[in-house]
Design a protein around this ligand. Structure first.
Ligand code: OGA
Ligand code: NI
Length: 196
């Protein structure tokens, strides 16, 4: 069952990569090929009811460090919120549909043309909530670097080259705060390369 789910989600992820490639004017296969042998992590989130929901958070504000997240909200409870237009807005569950989030890795691959999305999960007083997050990550040692056609007239890449191994290790060591993770990571990389 789990294997079937992962296989289907990976295929969906590759189709989304094709659409992203088309939308960015790289070629349709550019991201699909890059992620053909991608790694993935599946996480089941369970948010129990909380007597004082205003004092806690299911998951605090963060961006996902991966390339893409495909989230299925399992029940009819609202809880996922994104920060957009200067405020938190609920993303209500729609039956038989997924929420697709751009993560920091894909943002770096597009030189910030696509932005990773700040989101959080809030809890409810009387009801529990479950979601399944399918995180799409590049193969561990593949170099992540914005495509030449996306770096604009001044030819500046906003992030140093990195690998998912490096970013994953960084997120496990440092606290992830709102949209700062990738900026802190880029800073950490440039400090460690200038210390060499
Ligand atoms: C996550 C996440 C939101 C949710 O797992 O990274 O943001 O609604 N989950 O469970
Ligand atoms: Ni998340």
């Amino acid at each position: 069952m789990y294997e079937k789910y992962s296989e289907a989600m990976k295929n969906l992820a590759l189709s989304i990569m094709e659409l992203l490639g088309l939308s960015l004017g790289t070629c349709k296969d550019y991201y699909r090929d890059f992620f053909q042998d991608c790694d993935y992590i599946t996480r089941c989130n369970y948010y129990p009811p909380c007597p004082q929901p205003e004092l806690t958070q299911g998951t605090g504000p963060h961006t996902d460090p991966v390339a893409l997240t495909i989230l299925h909200q399992e029940d009819e409870e609202e809880g996922l919120e994104i920060f957009t237009g200067g405020k938190w807005q609920s993303v209500p569950p729609v039956p038989s549909s997924f929420v697709v989030n751009i993560g920091d890795t894909f943002m770096a691959m597009t030189n910030d043309i696509y932005k990773s999305c700040v989101h959080r999960a809030v809890v409810k007083r009387h009801s529990s909530r479950q979601s399944i997050a399918f995180f799409v990550c590049p193969q561990h040692d593949k170099v992540i670097r914005a495509h030449d056609s996306l770096i604009g007239p001044n030819g500046k890449r906003l992030y140093p080259d990195f690998t998912w191994s490096q970013l994953e290790a960084f997120t496990q060591k440092s606290r992830r705060v709102e949209d700062k993770t990738i900026k802190h990571f880029a800073q950490h990389l440039s400090e460690s390369s200038s210390a060499e």
